[in-house]
Design a protein. Structure first.
Length: 172
């Protein structure tokens, strides 16, 4: 899973607190990523700051191992085309969590990771499954699915509820 956030502000100034508290930023990074273009906190006071780049991009990549449990109900009786309704849920186990800054000014930098992702979360799954018979024992399969993630974040999600629409295909 990959998310891109555009129009990110980069500040190259020491001792500046980043309001992006859901990012565990690497200690060797010499800049701060923020959403504010005018103010940041220096010590305990607010001050105007110099912006190094106001058109940067954050790319967050999250990798999961998914273990689905689903049930299929056949809705057509045709011999050539079989169709099913699928429903169920999946357990997702976090395997990777990376945040990269892409900026024309400071270049491409590995910032660190999100610190608000649960190691295990779940999704509700619903979709359709279509099998087209190519021969007696060979079927072409197309499977559009909708998956709503239920507890992806431990905190600071800003009411963001991720969902995914995918189309899986293959030969059976």
């Amino acid at each position: 899973i990959s998310f891109n956030t555009q129009n990110v502000v980069v500040i190259q100034q020491p001792n500046v607190f980043s309001p992006a508290s859901s990012i565990s930023q690497r200690e060797d990074i010499g800049f701060v990523v923020t959403g504010s273009r005018s103010l940041a906190t220096v010590g305990n006071t607010s001050a105007n700051i110099n912006i190094a780049d106001s058109d940067a991009e954050l790319n967050q990549t999250i990798r999961y191992v998914e273990v689905p449990i689903e049930a299929k109900y056949r809705i057509t009786k045709s011999k050539k085309i079989r169709s099913y309704v699928i429903g169920g849920f999946s357990s997702l186990f976090l395997q990777g969590n990376d945040i990269v800054l892409i900026s024309d000014v400071v270049g491409r930098n590995d910032l660190g990771s999100a610190n608000n992702l649960n190691d295990v979360n779940f999704s509700g799954n619903i979709g359709l499954d279509f099998d087209y018979q190519l021969s007696e024992k060979l079927f072409l399969n197309v499977n559009p699915m909708f998956k709503m993630h239920l507890n992806t974040f431990s905190r600071n999600s800003n009411d963001y509820q991720p969902y995914f629409v995918g189309v899986y295909s293959g030969i059976t």
